[in-house]
Write a protein that binds this ligand. Sequence first.
Ligand code: AKB
Length: 320
Amino acid sequence: MAQDVHCIIGASGQLGTEMALSLKSAGERVVLMDIKPPSFEGILDLPFEQVDVCDAARLASALGENGITHVYHLAAALSARGEQDPQWAWNLNMKGLLNVLEIAAGHVPLARVFWPSSIAVFGPESGRTAAQSGPRIPGTVYGISKNAGEHWCAWYHRQHGVDVRSVRYPGLIGTLAPPGGGTTDYAVEVFDHLEGPEPYRCFLDAHEKLPMMHMDDAVGAAMQILSVPRERLTTPEAYNIAALSFCPAELFAEIRRHVPGFKYECIPDYRQDIAAGWPDDLDDALARADWDWNPTVDLSDLVDTMVKARHSNQPLSPAL
Ligand code: AKB
């Protein structure tokens, strides 16, 4: 049987970089696609195709020519950046997804597609702990696109048999590549400001609790949901997955346990309004029951890993 060939669209981004390294380490065949070349050294030896996911013809030929069987479609505009340029964000997020789904349904028969949804599909009506199938009234262009994307994924599965699978990611925290334009980015950005003369300036309120997750668990969730037989997935929606829930004050207190001189101040900006509409936590009982979702990294491990990585690496400043 021919070996699976995995393609990461958005491979130069925060999650794509981690996903690429993980697949490479597992000995999988991987092709990277992005509009900009990857920069993380550990994945520079992987084949790379410069592709704009909005260019359907180029995307279809790049997938076909490389014999791709599995797609991880991660290219997207995030919540904060999306509010600054709504038309661009909607176009990238919706056209990109529809191109991938349409190609999967027709030109290139893909075995499986992974596409991430987000906690941004929820709004104030969802409550502090968002249920799997509770109300979803998103307040951002990004959230609207993720909510619509979930419906499109379900439609392509129902109408065309496309095996697309999805989880609702919280804020993701890792060391290899910076996030770009998210509301949860403070929880990565802060690790570039552990010991400066100035206090780290956080753009959220000190007590704004949000769902968060270490990259190891985020990558693990994608691999896990893609690997189970389809029959085990009992919802057409993206699955809620939860790992951590903390506010800036709690994260910063944990950082101080590792870096006693760490200083911060909270000066909320427009991103606080976005965060205020999101839940503190998610009910992920369905993911745990259907495909054994079980996160492994707690807050103390997360901070320990991030502080050590920052002490040995070049800093990565998020690109808003
Ligand atoms: C963002 O902040 O926009 C993202 C997300 C929660 O999906 N990290």
